[in-house]
Design a binder for this molecule. Structure first.
Ligand code: GLC
Length: 693
């Protein structure tokens, strides 16, 4: 059951796809005091949700602010990251979900001011609140109802489940070819190389530097013949430059965000002075979206949208003010206060709230002029929607890879997200783990973090451990920042171990793709906290560093430096899988309870749940070379067991469950029953589980 409560005049965010009637009775569960929603938090009840945010899976104990921010410091005391995902799941004995559909700044004080109290405060009371309950009181059911409300998750092409290599620093064709060669010569699988901002002319969107890439279409084809897709970045800001067609068209047609006086707002990003397309204006959105055609026509079939909070290094006006004030300090004795004043001036240049209050959108549809800060969190959503709608128009039958940095709930229908500028820190590997289920709740299934870490220098062991988790995340991309240590897998002494780990990803693909597609098509979560499947288990709800993945797996990543194993909690008997590569996979039955398991640096450890099957394919160089016709079925059974395998052409939008999902049944004696349409052969490796109690 979903109920909608409306306050004031909400901006139509288009986060939800179902028009629900307004409730007239009082809002349940919450009281409204001092302009904020208030909810007592009993005892130990967990609070889940908020998608891309810092801290734990259980969000209790911190103050989170939905205010999309370009902040590369993902610290424990950070309040806002790049997305705004205002969905919470209160895990009380009668659990319920709440979605606050509000695109301005929204504060969630979840036991921060008072440990036993939650306060939610919007900066303005123009919003819709959806309360979601399920008759079976199951957390997964509440999430499913919410997901039905916000619409189906984006589905990328199948090749986008392969391994991708990225670095802010690849400059030209030679660099791209070097990366491709480095992987292919070393036998490291690879499906994508990402092109960061340096491919453009002076950081101008929808341009390609001829000097650096004299013949991009040919390069794209050469790479494709090796199973590698090139994925360029697109930034939100459009460089101000006479003669640059995107800029000129935008100005002529009033497609850019404007200041109060009607002039185009000027903020700086990579190219220096830039204008920001009014992504909320349908005409401007369509115009911007159709620009992707320039690269699609060169054979490109994937993009990442960046800087779309939007990030603003400085506004023209603020910069002038600050430079004048700093100039006034010239010749003065900068004591503590003066020095702080000077630093303060410079530090407030970027992403300044006053700048976000100084420009406007014209969304039409009865909304003449809306000040940006009131709808700030919708910018990245609508940039990605611009692309998604254009892809539907330009390539109606083809899936195009798209993921974004900034997002709002609703954007999950048009693309995935990556988790932004993390650092090569062990704690950021853990953050990556914890974010996965929270994002899935909010519809973001295609997601992953920069493996190895974006900022700061990585180390071989961190990269290896991170890849050991990354082989399970739908977006599996190694990305790093300019100036940091190079972190392509072939750069390290222990290249074999890195390679073998990446190969395992390809073995897992029949399972991962099946689980992704089933989750996307049935509004399910691919990654779940243990408590979601074992609600009666008092320990399961406390576990924050193990995740359920799809139908039958439980992940227990190693995320600590120098660890050679870890403690795990098993809510039931499970089969431990230890793999150091496709040719070295070992199994061990383990009973329910707490255990310490060994995992040397080169070993991935995870579990197969009792009564489940795991299909594995032989490793491949790229998704296009994957041969899923011979599967090894790992089973941990005490009776016949069925796995629903999903497969399709991976590129068209014909993704029908009835058509593409087929059951495979395995008996404890190892016999396999399959009467589906594909030509499949099987090996079954069965471990006998004790009957459940
Ligand atoms: C931003 C992105 C990062 C990218 C860089 C340069 O920091 O988050 O991924 O590499 O910009 O484009």
């Amino acid at each position: 059951m979903i109920r909608r409560y409306t306050f004031g005049k909400p901006f139509p965010t288009e986060a939800v796809v179902k028009e629900l009637p307004y409730e007239t009775d009082a809002l349940p569960f919450f009281s409204i005091e001092d302009n904020r929603l208030s909810l007592p938090l009993e005892n130990d009840i967990p609070v889940y949700g908020l998608g891309e945010q810092v801290r734990g899976i259980n969000k209790r104990g911190w103050l989170y602010v939905s205010n999309a921010t370009d902040d590369p410091n993902h610290l424990e005391h950070t309040h806002s990251l790049y997305g705004a995902h205002n969905f919470l799941l209160i895990g009380a004995s009668h659990p319920f979900g709440v979605f606050i559909d509000y695109p301005g700044t929204l504060t969630f004080d979840i036991g921060y001011t008072r440990r036993d109290q939650m306060y939610i405060q919007p900066s303005q009371w123009d919003l819709d609140i959806y309360i979601i309950e399920s008759p079976d009181d199951r957390l997964v059911s509440i999430v499913r109802l919410f997901r039905q409300l916000i619409g189906k998750s984006y589905i990328p092409p199948k090749w986008a489940f392969g391994y991708g290599q990225s670095r802010w620093g690849y400059q030209n064709e030679a660099d791209i070819r070097k990366v491709a060669k480095g992987h292919r010569e070393a036998g490291i699988p690879l499906d994508a190389i990402y092109m960061d901002i340096d491919y453009m002319v002076r950081y101008e969107d929808f341009t390609v530097s001829e000097e650096k890439f004299p013949d991009l279409p040919t390069l794209v084809q050469d790479m494709k013949s090796q199973g590698i897709h090139l994925v360029p970045i697109i930034d939100a800001g459009v460089k101000i430059e006479e003669g640059y067609s995107v800029y000129e068209e935008g100005v002529q047609n009033n497609y850019f965000c404007k200041e109060e006086d009607g002039t185009d707002f000027v903020g700086a990003v990579w190219p220096g002075r830039a204008h920001f397309p009014d992504m909320l204006n349908p005409k401007a959105r369509r115009w911007f979206g159709l620009k992707y055609k320039y690269l699609l026509d060169m054979g490109i079939d994937g993009f990442w949208n960046d800087m779309n909070e939007p990030a603003i290094f400085y506004s023209e006006k603020r910069l002038q003010k600050v430079l004048d004030q700093v100039a006034d300090l010239k010749g003065q004795n900068l004591d503590l206060n003066k020095n702080n004043e000077m630093l303060g001036l410079v530090n407030t240049l970027a992403n300044n709230p006053e700048d976000y209050r100084s420009f406007y959108h014209e969304p039409g549809n009865g909304w003449e002029k809306v000040r940006h800060d009131k709808v700030h969190n919708l910018y990245g959503f609508n940039m990605t929607r611009a692309a998604g709608e254009a892809f539907d128009e330009l390539e109606p039958d083809k899936r195009i890879l798209m993921f974004s940095r900034s997002s709002y709930i609703g954007m999950h229908r048009y693309g995935g997200i990556w988790q932004g500028d993390n650092l090569s820190w062990w704690s950021h590997l853990l953050l990556n783990i914890k974010m996965m289920p929270s994002l899935n709740m909010c519809g973001f299934l295609y997601t992953g973090a920069d493996l190895g870490g974006f900022g700061a220098d990585t180390t071989e062991d961190l990269l290896l451990r991170w890849l050991q988790f990354g082989i399970f995340t739908p977006l599996m991309r190694n990305h790093s920042a300019m100036g940091t240590r190079e972190q392509e897998a072939y750069q390290f002494d222990n290249m074999e171990a890195l390679k073998n780990t990446i190969k395992l990803r390809y073995c897992l693909l029949p399972y991962l793709y099946s689980e992704y597609m089933k989750a996307a098509l049935t509004d399910d979560m691919m990654f779940r906290p243990l408590a979601f499947d074992y609600p009666q288990d008092p320990f399961a709800s406390k576990v924050e560093d193990q995740l359920l993945l799809g139908d039958g797996l439980m992940l227990c990543p190693v995320y600590q430096q120098n660890a050679s194993g870890r403690y795990v909690y098993l809510p039931e008997d499970m089969l431990l899988i230890t793999a150091s590569g496709p040719d070295d996979i070992r199994f061990r039955e383990m009973s329910a309870g707490h255990h310490y398991i060994e995992a040397s640096l080169t070993e991935v450890v995870f579990f197969l749940r009792r009564g489940h099957l795991l299909p594995l394919a032989p490793a491949a160089e790229s998704v296009k070379d994957l041969d899923p016709s011979h599967l090894t079925l790992i089973g941990y059974l005490n009776g016949p067991c069925t796995y629903t395998l999903y497969d399709d052409d991976g590129i068209s939008k014909d993704f029908d469950l009835d058509k593409h999902a087929e059951p495979i049944t395995v008996s404890p004696d190892g016999s396999v029953k399959y009467s589906g349409s594909r030509r499949l052969t099987f090996d079954a490796k069965i471990f006998k589980a004790l009957p459940s109690l």
